[in-house]
Design a binder for this molecule. Structure first.
Ligand SMILES: Cc1cc2nc3c(=O)[nH]c(=O)nc-3n(C[C@H](O)[C@H](O)[C@H](O)COP(=O)(O)OP(=O)(O)OC[C@H]3O[C@@H](n4cnc5c(N)ncnc54)[C@H](O)[C@@H]3O)c2cc1C
Length: 555
């Protein structure tokens, strides 16, 4: 695997944790949150000379560490477990420089990436506008060519940007603007005349991150600031990095979700109610802890697989990035919400931190593409795969899992395969009856795809763990036996969602009488889903035992 070796990654993760333990204890994080303060010195220390987190994503030839997607995932998860506001500020430089990393000329890479490595510059990524959020193509910021002797020597940029992380404090910005050839990225210095920054937004969460609007009034840049040297590649460059950047936000959801859940796990061992600790009460663990640990680990399995694929050189993994982000950010939000409930009244106060984590993690289903846009992206792509393969796409994937179930019957692969077969049938039903004309159906299909593929990834991860074949840099919290039972629990849920909720969706979308709920194929599907639920509660108890066997400590 390219990127850092295991020991170097461990060193980076340990130094982040040590720095945070010394400089960002809970009390300090609560102060920053209450004061709505961006800890600029801390962020600059973490990005630059002190910790050098920014070096991670810069290629070695420009003075960086040349980390890969797997390294970035592990670092993002660790940072998010500390504080998602600080993580957003530190990682905004990754985002801001991505158009240069993926689309810049060699000269631009050397110049700007070299400067980030040497000087620890903070960057910001300026894509969103008041009228162009999910729909970036409606952007209104314009870049007008400036000509000298008939040659384009620069651009004059005018427009406004909204919700830009590090917006008020960055040294360097990548700005998406409409040039005559189409949307194009430009690199803009913070002090260029005509460039002004709005106030620090008063936000629901991640209050330690600076978010600001930007105004550009006839901001002039030289032609060598046009990323890639060719106009009109902006949206393609933005798309090219989505597989990667969405993985970062997925890791944020995972890190923040686990941070909240870990606090609930520890708390539940100490809180005595009705004569025993909460951790010994099934009504508590099987609702507030276990399902969230399981969903987070499905997100992790998907993140790790996607990161490995990116590091192997696969391109255009936008759909995979979207699934990773969707699963992990939704799971992170649900886990943080459950962590408040798990603390009872104490969870509702500031002191226990889980209410802050819940406010912070809320952003992960919004930025870098909302959950609904993820659903649309996922559904559209997999719908095309279904059509292209004449309905075989998910049957083929299910058969591969059935083969895995032969060698690894314990990892829930057969149940995950059932979810995938059901998905193939559902998509075919939607095709025959033209049900994806309904946007709601299409988006819900996006969710079902994510769940079924999440179950598939988790079963594969559990099987690899059993074979001792997980990447050296993979998370090691759960052993192979625990991962197998975690996978079985998740696969049952996925099979149920696709097989039962999916049918309900199709019945709801069809005209009255068009589909027969009592048909043999419907009944067979529902029966199959019902049969695999046997043993669920015992498996959940096993997951609880694995979670409590090794209490989390530290961050
Ligand atoms: C704290 C914070 C930091 C941010 N940092 C950055 C940054 O550094 N750089 C940057 O460029 N941007 C940044 N953003 C912007 C962020 O990426 C956008 O807010 C996000 O993409 C959503 O755009 P929007 O806010 O305009 O919402 P909208 O696009 O208006 O969406 C509103 C709602 O409608 C739904 N929706 C939208 N389109 C459709 C559709 N076609 N069909 C059905 N439903 C739809 C959405 O899912 C959402 O629920 C940040 C935002 C925040 C809040």
């Amino acid at each position: 695997m390219p990127g850092l070796d295991r020991d170097d990654l461990k060193m980076v993760l340990d130094s982040i944790t040590e720095y945070a333990d010394a400089n960002l204890p809970d009390e300090r994080l609560r102060e920053l949150d209450a004061a709505d303060e961006f800890p600029e010195q801390t962020v600059r220390h973490m990005c630059g000379e002190g910790l050098g987190v920014s070096l991670l994503f810069i290629p070695e030839e420009y003075g960086g560490m040349g980390g890969g997607a797997f390294d970035v995932y592990r670092v993002c998860e660790r940072m998010a477990a500390i504080d998602l506001g600080v993580a957003t500020s530190v990682l905004a430089t990754f985002l801001g420089s991505d158009p240069i990393v993926f689309g810049g000329t060699a000269e631009q890479q050397e110049r700007f990436l070299g400067a980030i490595a040497e000087q620890g510059l903070l960057m910001a990524y300026g894509a969103t506008e008041a009228g162009a959020g999910s729909d970036l193509a409606s952007l209104r910021t314009v870049a007008t060519p400036v000509e000298t002797d008939g040659q384009v020597t620069g651009y004059r940029i005018s427009g406004t940007k909204q919700w830009i992380s590090n917006g008020g404090r960055a040294d360097l910005y990548t700005i998406l603007a409409l040039a005559p050839g189409g949307p194009t990225w430009f690199v803009v210095d913070h002090d260029t005349p005509g460039f002004s920054k709005g106030h620090h937004e008063d936000k629901h969460g991640i209050r330690a991150s600076n978010t600001a609007a930007l105004t550009l009034e006839d901001v002039e840049v030289d032609v060598d600031r046009l990323v890639g040297g060719v106009e009109g590649l902006g949206l393609v460059q933005a798309q090219a990095v989505f597989g990667y950047t969405r993985l970062m936000v997925a890791a944020f959801g995972l890190g923040a979700g686990w941070a909240a859940l870990n606090r609930a796990i520890v708390y539940s061992t100490m809180r005595i109610q009705a004569g025993s600790p909460l951790s010994e009460k099934q009504g508590y663990t099987h609702k507030l802890i276990v399902p969230h640990a399981v969903a987070l680990e499905a997100g992790r399995a998907y993140i790790e697989e996607t990161a490995e694929r990116i590091d192997r050189g696969e391109e255009m993994l936008n759909t995979e990035g979207a699934i990773a982000k969707y699963l992990s950010s939704e799971a992170g939000n649900a886990a943080a919400d459950a962590a408040i409930q798990a603390h009872g009244g104490y969870g509702y106060t500031k002191e226990y931190m889980v209410e802050k984590i819940k406010r912070d993690v809320r952003i992960t289903t919004i930025y870098e593409g909302t959950s609904e846009i993820m659903e649309m992206t996922i559904a559209r792509d997999r719908w095309q795969q279904h059509l292209k393969t004449r309905g075989q796409y998910y049957h083929d994937r299910a058969e591969a899992l059935e083969a895995l179930a032969v060698t690894h019957p314990e990892v829930g692969a057969a149940t995950a395969a059932l979810a995938l077969h059901s998905l193939a049938e559902l998509l075919e039903l939607a095709r025959v009856h033209r049900l994806t004309r309904s946007q709601h159906v299409l988006f819900r299909v996006g969710e079902l795809v994510a769940r079924a593929e999440g179950a598939e990834a988790l079963a594969r991860r559990a099987a690899r763990a059993a074979d001792g074949d997980l990447p050296a840099k993979a998370d090691q919290r759960f052993d192979a036996a625990a991962l197998a039972v975690i996978s079985r629990v998740y696969a049952r849920e996925a099979a149920h969602r696709v097989g039962v909720d999916g049918l309900r969706l199709m019945l709801g979308a069809a005209a009255p009488g068009e589909l027969d709920p009592a048909s043999a194929s419907f009944s067979a599907r529902v029966d199959a889903v019902a049969r695999v639920q046997a043993g669920l509660i015992d498996d959940m108890s096993e997951v609880a035992a694995a979670i409590y066997a090794q209490l989390p400590h530290g961050r």
